[in-house]
Design a protein around this ligand. Structure first.
Ligand code: PGA
Length: 252
C-alpha cells in the first residue's frame, strides 16, 4: 500500500524566526499530544533556513525539501543555488516544476529536464509538479497538457530513476485561489497520470508512484482529497502556513 505524503510548500513567506519556531512547535506538539500519524511529512522552507531546519529535524521522522535548484552545478550564475550545495548541507529532496517557477521564472520543459538530470545526479528525491491552466481546462485540454509535461521531462528518465519521484498534480487555477478542483476531477486526473506511468514503465512503477494533489487544500477538504483512490497526499501552500490548520491536515 502506498504511503500518504504531505509536503508543506512555504514559498517565500517565513523568515528565520517563523521557520524555526514552526518546526520546533510541530515537534513539540507531536510529542506532547502524542500525535500518531502514518504520513511522510516534508517541509519546504526558503533556502537560507534549510540547514537549520534540517538540523532541528535530525532524529525526527520529518524531512526537508528545497523549493528549487539551478540546472547547472557550478559557475557564473549569480544568485543561484546548486544541487551539490544543497547536498553538502544534507538536503535530499527538491520541488521542481512548480507552476510559479514555470510562469514567473520562465522554466520550460527543457530547463526542467536539465534540473531533473542534475537533481538525480546528486540522488535527490524530486517532487515534480504538473498542471493545466484554466483556459486549458475550459478547452478540455488538461489531459493532453499533463501528458506533454510528463513526456518532455520525467518520461526521459529510466525505471531506476523514477523511484526518486513524487508527482504533484496542481491545476494552476486552484493554486492559492481558494478554488479547488472537485474530488472527482482530481481522482480522474490522478488515474490518468497513473495510466501514463503504466504505459511507459509497467505495473509495478505505476502502482507505486506517489501522486499528490495540490491547490487550495485546507483542513476541511483534505480528508476528502486523501480518500480518493489515486491521491497519495498533498502539496500544501497557504494552509501549511497556519499551524493548527496544518496539524489538522496531518491528522486527516
Ligand atoms: P495552495 O498552494 O495550497 O496555497 O493553493 C499549493 C502550491 O502552490 O503548491
Amino acid at each position: 500500500m502506498r504511503k500518504r505524503i504531505l509536503v508543506a510548500n512555504w514559498k517565500m513567506n517565513y523568515d528565520f524566526h517563523e521557520t524555526t519556531s514552526f518546526i520546533r512547535n510541530l515537534l513539540k506538539v507531536f510529542f506532547d499530544r502524542k500525535i500518531n500519524h502514518d504520513k511522510e511529512i516534508i517541509l519546504s522552507p526558503s533556502f537560507p533556513f534549510l540547514h537549520i531546519s534540517n538540523q532541528i529535524l535530525q532524529g525526527s521522522s520529518l524531512n526537508i525539501a528545497a523549493q528549487n535548484i539551478h540546472q547547472k552545478n557550478k559557475g557564473p550564475y549569480t544568485g543561484e543555488i546548486s544541487a551539490s550545495m544543497l547536498k553538502s548541507i544534507g538536503i535530499q529532496k527538491v520541488i521542481l516544476g512548480h507552476s510559479e517557477r514555470r510562469e514567473l521564472f520562465f522554466e520550460n520543459n527543457q530547463i526542467l529536464l536539465e534540473k531533473i538530470k542534475i537533481a538525480l545526479k546528486y540522488d535527490f528525491n524530486i517532487i515534480f509538479c504538473v498542471g493545466e491552466s484554466l483556459v486549458e481546462r475550459k478547452n478540455n485540454k488538461q489531459f493532453e497538457i499533463i501528458k506533454k509535461q510528463l513526456e518532455k521531462t520525467v518520461f526521459y528518465c529510466s525505471s531506476d530513476d523514477i523511484k526518486f519521484f513524487y508527482i504533484a498534480y496542481e491545476p494552476i487555477w486552484a493554486i492559492g485561489t481558494g478554488k479547488t478542483a472537485t474530488f472527482e476531477q482530481v481522482q480522474v486526473m490522478h488515474e490518468f497520470i497513473r495510466s501514463l506511468f503504466l504505459e511507459k514503465y509497467g505495473k509495478n512503477i505505476s502502482d507505486n508512484i506517489p501522486i499528490l494533489y495540490g491547490g487550495s487544500i485546507n483542513d476541511i477538504n483534505a480528508k476528502n482529497f486523501f480518500s480518493q483512490k489515486d491521491v497519495d497526499g498533498g502539496l500544501i501552500g497557504n494552509a501549511s502556513l497556519q499551524f493548527e490548520k496544518f496539524l489538522k491536515i496531518i491528522q486527516s
